[in-house]
Design a protein around this ligand. Structure first.
Ligand code: AMP
Ligand code: GLY
Length: 428
């Protein structure tokens, strides 16, 4: 029987822990540090070790004889958590710091994509305002400006005039907006199309796609307002037809896995390609080296196979033997956020209604919550993700929006149109 450790504290980690605790092969699931949802989840225990305490995490895995560690967020991967676990003889599913540069440096990712002729927007990288302005002159607007380093999904500005380009370059390059992460800026062509998330298990040259998904990154209805980590997601993404799926595997996922091996930097872990499906085919907008949040929530609701077994096989060089079985029914998750997110928001508010009797098709995954003596309180921008599976996307979505008002906390905010792109393609 397997002891599993999940690292992180968000909705993605609650979903992972929930799913892993249901694996027949799993005995115990620890989450470091976890949240108010994992604190009460059956078969799951929180342990108070922070995600940046690499020594503490190694010690924790040793102390509890952990057989498999799954890392949720990017920061510990970029900081070399997997390298540390490997050195300690511990099995941890994720890329080492070197391979994690696909996410932790946009300049690295763009250079990699260009070198391996994997489709992406045309780009340049600059480290002075002058160089940026010079490049921008003569380019078609808008342009997309991206802080090179990790910026929690918030380091991207779409600029449609010179003034915004200049101000963004100044903010990012001065270090004011994103600290060191903004010291270099990638400037790229604006792509027109529909986005989708394509996540695969990768081990060296072996790849295995998970179910497709689509998230909604803007805060407000109609995909307006500031970019967030994601306000909701559904799976599958109907824009990824069977033909396009094969194309993405052949032209993007496999060449990425092979390119990393050929570059002496093999990738193991969840490889997430954020795609823009344009008239000219799918292009890579970004790589993440981990599962998406909130995409994971609807994805795991559809996964029928034993996730722990699959990840252990991948870690033992046997990803080619893994077959994942998916529930054909679509799933959808809507994020309940604290009003004001992604800027300032309140915390510490009690959440009412969490102990309602939910139907089997609904699961409320916690993100920014904490268990206190007087109940579960808010402690982050994205607070919960109410997720449902149903006979059709329309039905699953109706269930989420029917049940969501059962939960209440001060200034709760959510989008009312999650899944609208998928529904437009697949309306029943
Ligand atoms: P990223 O963190 O690179 O995925 O960018 C965040 C969001 O900005 C994406 O999900 C897109 O909505 C948007 N975006 C990024 N790059 C581009 C691009 N080249 N063209 C159009 N939109 C983009
Ligand atoms: N939902 C986008 C992300 O996880 O980066």
């Amino acid at each position: 029987m397997t002891n599993v450790l999940v690292i992180g504290a968000g909705g993605r980690e609650h979903a992972l822990a929930w799913k892993l605790a249901r694996s027949p092969s799993v005995e115990r699931v620890l989450v470091a540090p976890g949240n108010g949802g994992t604190a009460l989840e059956e078969g799951v225990e929180n342990v108070d070790v922070a995600i940046d305490d690499l020594d503490g995490l190694v010690a924790l895995a040793r102390q509890h004889a952990v057989d498999l560690t799954v890392v949720g967020p990017e920061a510990p991967l970029a900081a070399g958590l997997v390298d540390r676990f490997k050195a300690a003889g511990l099995k941890c599913f994720g890329p080492g710091a070197d391979a994690a540069r696909l996410e932790s440096s946009k300049a690295f990712a763009k250079d990699f994509l260009s070198r391996h002729e994997i489709p992406t927007a045309t780009w340049t990288v600059v480290d002075t305002v002058e160089a940026g302005m010079q490049f921008a002159r003569g380019q078609v607007l808008p342009l997309v400006l991206k802080a090179d380093g990790l910026a929690a999904g918030k380091g991207v500005v779409i600029a449609d005039n010179d003034e915004t380009i200049q101000r963004t370059l100044e903010d990012m390059l001065s270090g004011e907006a994103f600290g060191e992460a903004g010291r270099r800026v990638v400037i790229e062509e604006f792509l027109v199309g529909e986005e989708a998330s394509f996540i695969a298990l990768v081990d060296g040259r072996e790849v295995l796609a998970l179910a497709t998904s689509q998230d909604h990154k803007q805060r407000d209805d109609g995909d307006r307002g500031p970019n967030t980590g994601g306000m909701g997601a559904c799976s599958p993404a109907p824009i990824i037809t069977d033909a396009l799926h094969q194309h993405v595997i052949d032209e993007i996922i496999r060449p990425t896995a092979e390119g990393m091996v050929d570059d002496g930097c093999p990738f193991t872990g969840f490889l997430y390609a954020g795609l823009m499906v344009t008239q000219g085919g799918a292009r890579v907008l970004e790589f993440n080296v981990r599962l998406g949040d909130p995409e994971t929530q609807p994805i795991v609701m559809r996964l029928k196979s034993d996730l722990a077994e699959a990840l252990l096989k991948a870690l033992n060089g046997r990803l080619n033997e893994v077959e994942l079985e998916w529930d054909p029914r679509p799933a959808i998750g809507v994020v309940m956020a604290a009003g004001g997110y992604p800027a300032d928001y309140r915390t510490g508010d009690v959440i009412a209604g969490l102990d309602s009797e939910w139907p089997d098709e609904i699961k409320v995954f916690h993100a920014g919550t904490r268990l206190e003596e007087h109940g579960t309180v808010t402690c982050g921008g994205r607070v919960l993700c109410v997720t449902a599976i149903g006979e059709s996307l329309a039905k699953a979505r109706a269930e989420v929006y029917r049940w969501l008002p059962e939960i209440g906390f001060r200034d709760a905010y959510w989008r009312n149109d999650i899944g609208h792109r998928a529904l437009a393609r697949d309306p029943q």
